[in-house]
Design a protein around this ligand. Sequence first.
Ligand SMILES: N[C@@H](CCC(=O)N[C@@H](CS)C(=O)NCC(=O)O)C(=O)O
Length: 224
Amino acid sequence: MPLTLLYLSGSPYTWRVHMALALKKIPHTLRPMSYDAGDFRSADFAALNPRRRVPVLIEEDDKTKEEFSLYESAAILEYLEDIASTPPLLDADPRRRAIQRRMVREADGYFAPELEHLVEAVLFTPADRRDPPRIAAAWAGMRQELSFWESRINEQKYLAGGLSAADLTLFPLIALGRRIAQRNPGLTEGELAGPKLAGWMARMEALPVVRETWPPHWGTPPGA
Ligand SMILES: N[C@@H](CCC(=O)N[C@@H](CS)C(=O)NCC(=O)O)C(=O)O
């Protein structure tokens, strides 16, 4: 089952899948995608994902050589969990598993849209056309959402039980938001995460799997 991940450095959705592959030690190849080279506009890519987004996972059948491809990072994570159950990214207990899945949906449904507003307003807008109120609104939306998480998580090591799909989902999203803020001083105000989330971020950053999969164009991980 040779696996290929269509990969974009710094994409939080791709990073989540990359971490799952690395944690589960599933042999895979990364196929880097480039906006500049037009990879996202190609017909081949649209055939794999009609929404033209990464990640996409491609799996070749050992015998028939037929390809199965899957997009949407949360669905890919569940698929990897199904084909390689160790270490688990979802708890064996149905209620804990449900809470981890709920957190994945909360991160994708509430935090990610605010982050995407920030990405549009900063990364995809030339510096001379950036709109400060638009950026401030996206930043405020992210902070408001994370203050909700801050009030909900307790002092445990990970978001819900052991390291899970929930951690792999939320961490890259916050990491990208924080990086945008750090690289564009003056665009945003205040810290993105409160003390509990910041502690959890630091624990995540110390994990070998996070460091191994750190987006190459981001340079070395903190503390390296
Ligand atoms: N809901 C999707 C989101 C994927 C997504 O938005 N990927 C971005 C990179 S972070 C992308 O491919 N964007 C390409 C584009 O918008 O042209 C998932 O979880 O896989």
